[in-house]
Design a protein around this ligand. Structure first.
Ligand SMILES: Nc1ncnc2c1ncn2[C@@H]1O[C@H](COP(=O)(O)OP(=O)(O)OP(=O)(O)O)[C@@H](O)[C@H]1O
Ligand SMILES: [Mg+2]
Length: 282
């Protein structure tokens, strides 16, 4: 990739705030490049399949997801955050997660690339409550919002001393966070003290709610990493809501319920959910 490639990708990205397909005239204006240069780079980007062209009433261009990835990854490299890219750690429905090495500390970390609306827009509905401007609901916009939201929650909770991955960097639809070296709670069949682990999770839900007004809203055994019996981390926050959300009680209770249900099924721990709701004063 040349600098000019990134420059034109950037100009198209800017144009996409206003247009669904960015007309050539706007690309000239945003980039400040000559006609020849713009055409030269547009052809390269089309060949790399980083952008898409429409030829209906007028000729227009838009970023493909790979093009957007290039912009965000280039920002990571420019900021000298990561040194090497490793294997995929997880392919979720809404994100790809990669193992990476940080440049400065040589520490292992994780890069999460948000991909909302990649295959369908089904899940986009979940993000409605934080979409104010509905004119430009595109995968690019929602994926960027999703990453910013997740990064924001990680920052607040990590600063507050709660057990979440440490947020390191954010650009567009990508976040970098500390590596969680553990096993997914969903894949754990034996715990010495399941009661203690359950209490740690309930403590997390309580403190995030009471002290930081944060409700995870997608909490389950699939978003909890067990590092050892004493230490666990809660992750995957893009859909968190604030405690002043009109339906906060529904989401808070559902999170609690999911966890109680899992510990009942797998570890035979039976706790009345009313008892917990009383403790939470909800
Ligand atoms: N910081 C991290 N360190 C190590 N592994 C991670 C980290 N973050 C995510 N992963 C891995 O990637 C998987 C998917 O991450 P996450 O749950 O955040 O995304 P997701 O899109 O919600 O995926 P899913 O739809 O499967 O829940 C996790 O189950 C975990 O295995
Ligand atoms: Mg998840």
């Amino acid at each position: 990739m040349r600098n000019g490639d990134y420059h034109i990708l950037n100009s198209i990205e800017r144009g996409m705030k206003k247009y669904q397909y960015v007309p050539l005239s706007a690309i000239f204006t945003y980039s400040g490049y000559t006609k020849e240069d713009v055409n030269f780079y547009l052809n390269r980007l089309l060949n790399y399949k980083l952008i898409e062209m429409q030829k209906n009433k007028f000729i227009g261009y838009k970023l493909k997801m790979d093009g957007y990835d290039c912009l965000a990854l280039n920002a990571l490299i420019k900021a000298d955050i990561i040194e090497a890219f490793g294997n995929k750690l997880g392919v979720g429905k809404e994100a790809d997660v990669y193992d990476v090495l940080l440049s400065n500390s040589k520490e292992r970390a994780a890069v999460k690339i948000h991909r909302i609306g990649k295959t369908s827009f089904h899940n986009v509905r979940r993000y409605r409550n934080y979409i104010e401007d509905r004119r430009h609901i595109s995968w690019l916009y929602i994926s960027r919002l999703s990453a910013s939201k997740e990064f924001e929650a990680l920052k607040i909770l990590h600063k507050g001393g709660l057990p979440v991955p440490r947020p390191i960097f954010h650009n567009r639809h990508i976040i970098v966070m500390s590596f969680m070296n553990g096993k997914l709670l969903a894949n754990i069949n034996y715990l010495k003290t399941p009661n203690k682990v359950l209490n740690k999770i309930l403590d997390f839900i309580y403190l995030a709610f009471k002290n930081f007004n944060i409700i995870h809203s997608d909490l389950s055994e699939f978003n909890i990493m067990i590092l050892n019996e004493q230490k666990l981390l809660i992750f995957d926050f893009p859909q968190w809501i604030s405690a002043d959300h009109p339906q906060y009680l529904f989401y808070l209770k559902r999170d609690i319920f999911n966890i109680l249900n899992f510990f009942r099924r797998k570890f035979n721990i039976i706790i009345d959910k009313k008892e917990i709701f009383d403790k939470f004063e909800i």
